[in-house]
Design a protein around this ligand. Structure first.
Ligand SMILES: Nc1nc2c(ncn2[C@@H]2O[C@H](COP(=O)(O)OP(=O)(O)OP(=O)(O)O)[C@@H](O)[C@H]2O)c(=O)[nH]1
Length: 213
């Protein structure tokens, strides 16, 4: 499919409609990607597809669906594994020569937003875990929705994916929106004293698959 940066729309009926707002080449430390910016109609949030190679019409495309994490992805926070996972996923795609990162905005803090995530960190410093802290703030544990990711994959003509994640629920949520997930590829990053508690809680309470041995 020819993506040239002209605004286009994808999906119809009761599905969320997305527009392609802009595209460009993006040289990165993991080589050259193509960046596409998408926006659901009637929403202001902009999402990113970072694509390497020609993925249209392909099966088993290597995909990382990544939730925005300003502290981890941009600031190098070691409280979580987000930044390292993003880097590892880009490296794997670069090595494979084909694949994509779907960078979902509005997912910050598993959907509660940046300020609330930082409030949750304060509670975590007082002994609560990442799940308890959200609940103590009167907020849901995880409100993330993956319809935009499904619509972008469809717009880019991807037929099926190999999903880089430790979160089986993410696979199921994407499948609910019609994404064919052939395989789950773990994205394991080294644990540190700063994030080991967070990773253990993800494993024990949120269903993430890690092997700490
Ligand atoms: N509320 C809250 N959100 C967090 C915390 N640490 C990281 N996050 C957010 O969690 C999101 C990433 O979700 P994770 O549960 O780490 O991972 P995942 O996307 O479900 O699964 P993977 O594909 O394996 O990474 C990002 O939006 C982060 O901002 C935290 O302590 N509290």
């Amino acid at each position: 499919m020819n993506i040239n940066g002209d605004p286009k729309t994808a999906a119809a009926g009761s599905e969320k409609i997305i527009r392609l707002l802009a595209s460009s080449l993006l040289p990165t430390r993991h080589g050259e990607f193509r960046i596409h910016v998408y926006q659901p109609v009637d929403e202001t949030v902009e999402h990113v597809a970072l694509v390497k190679g020609d993925v249209a019409g392909k099966d088993g495309v290597l995909v990382r669906v990544h939730s925005e994490c300003l502290t981890g992805d941009v600031l190098g926070s070691m409280r979580c594994d987000c930044g390292e996972q993003l880097d590892a996923a880009m490296a794997k795609i670069a090595e494979a020569g084909e694949g994509m990162i779907l960078y979902l905005r509005g997912h910050e803090g598993r959907g509660i937003g940046l300020a609330n995530k930082i409030r949750a960190y304060q509670l975590q410093d007082q002994g609560q875990d990442t799940v308890e802290a959200n609940l103590a703030l009167g907020l849901p544990v995880d409100t993330r929705d993956y319809e935009v990711a499904a619509r972008i994959l469809s717009h880019l003509g991807v037929k099926s994916i190999r999903l880089m994640t430790n979160n089986p629920r993410k696979m199921n949520k994407l499948a609910d929106y019609g994404v064919v997930v052939n395989e789950r590829i773990p994205v394991i990053t080294p644990h540190t004293p700063h994030n080991i508690g967070y990773l253990r809680t993800k494993q024990q309470k949120l269903g993430h698959m890690f092997d700490f041995e």
